[in-house]
Design a protein around this ligand. Structure first.
Ligand code: PHE
Length: 345
């Protein structure tokens, strides 16, 4: 019996290197481990042995089985790799990119955000952040937006239930919380943390109670800008907007300011772009953002002296910028994760 087992191992070791395909492998393996295989037969014959011999031989058979299985496992890996290499036409080099062609791409919104980061970094802006859950004070009160302002309506803003508590976010007790409706709250957070003069942009997510359609999404992205220094005027604001628009849309672009209203800027403007090379949007004025000179009330809310400090602020939708830039006509494409869409960028 012991001799038989040794012979089985020798035969397996000897035959295995001649195997070069999966069918060859399978039929060779069956000779040992199949139901009529040599090792299976040996295991069955243990029953015929005397009671004293049985445990010793049983143990031996098990050891041999483990040995044989490892011989076969190694051979299988070798054969499979060789077959794959044959298919590819060379040895497999695991450091090469996957041959299936599924290369990842950067989401268009991320691309736009990175471009904006670069554009504003060149003129001294840094990136600031704030939480997406905001207290009413940061989102509205400190931004000179009174209780009765329509933006504070439950129809337009996503409020947390009364009694929700995010102590690390609020500044006063018993505040109500919202999903921030704009990134302007980061203006307040920055002014409380940093000493002017300062220049920041704040890209991030914002939320409104909008019904979803081709141009609206309840969750979208904005980029905020804030520039605070002494003697800042509309001329400074316009220069920065001209520079930014030319960088993003080309030198042919024209920029116009149209009087408007925001509670936190005075005067306030809507900004329109006009360019001959914007596809379907060429040669007409298109609105891209809101902006204005920081209202003195904002400085008062953060304990800065409005007699000393002046500034401008702007805010725009990143989806909208990407849509104009890339000629995308439906905002929902950004969130559907459809590779046919994403791969175009
Ligand atoms: N927060 C405004 C909005 O969401 C945009 C804005 C930002 C306007 C800064 C003026 C200054 O529409």
């Amino acid at each position: 019996m012991e001799e038989d087992l040794k012979t089985i191992v020798l035969q397996a070791e000897k035959g295995i290197s001649d195997l070069h395909s999966l069918p060859e492998f399978e039929s060779f393996k069956a000779k040992f481990l199949g139901s009529n295989g040599a090792l299976t037969q040996a295991a069955k014959s243990i029953g015929k042995l005397s009671a004293e011999e049985r445990p010793r031989v049983g143990k031996l058979v098990n050891e041999v089985k483990i040995q044989i299985e490892s011989i076969f496992a190694k051979a299988l890996t070798r054969i499979e790799e060789a077959e794959l290499a044959k298919k590819i036409g060379s040895e497999v080099d695991p450091t090469l990119p996957s041959p299936d062609g599924q290369k990842g791409v950067i989401h268009p919104l991320t691309q736009i955000r990175r471009e904006l980061d670069d554009i504003f970094r060149k003129i001294g802006f840094t990136v600031a952040e704030g939480p997406e859950i905001e207290s009413e004070w940061y989102c509205f009160d400190a931004l000179n937006t009174p209780d009765y302002h329509p933006a504070r309506d439950e129809q337009d803003t996503l409020y947390f239930p009364k009694g929700s508590d995010f102590a690390n976010i609020s500044r006063k007790s018993n505040e109500r919380y919202v999903l921030r409706t704009h990134t302007s709250s980061v203006q307040i957070r920055t002014l409380l943390q940093e000493k002017p003069p300062l220049r920041i942009i704040a890209p991030g997510r914002a939320f409104r109670r909008d019904a979803v359609d081709a141009t609206h999404s309840a969750s979208f992205h904005q980029i905020e800008g804030l520039y605070v220094d002494k003697n800042v005027t509309v001329k400074d604001l316009k220069s920065v907007l001209d520079y930014f628009s030319a960088q993003l849309f080309g030198n042919n672009v024209k920029v116009r300011l149209r009087p408007s209203f925001f509670p936190f800027t005075e005067p306030s403007f809507e900004v329109d772009l006009y360019s001959p090379n914007l596809g379907k949007l060429s040669n007409k004025w298109i609105e891209i953002m809101g902006c204005g000179i920081v209202d003195p009330e904002i400085f008062k809310a953060v304990d800065l002296d409005p007699e000393i400090w002046t500034g401008f602020a702007f805010g725009m939708g990143m989806e909208r910028l990407a849509m104009i830039r890339y000629g995308i006509d439906d905002i929902r494409y950004f969130y559907n994760n459809d590779l046919r869409f994403l791969k175009q960028f």
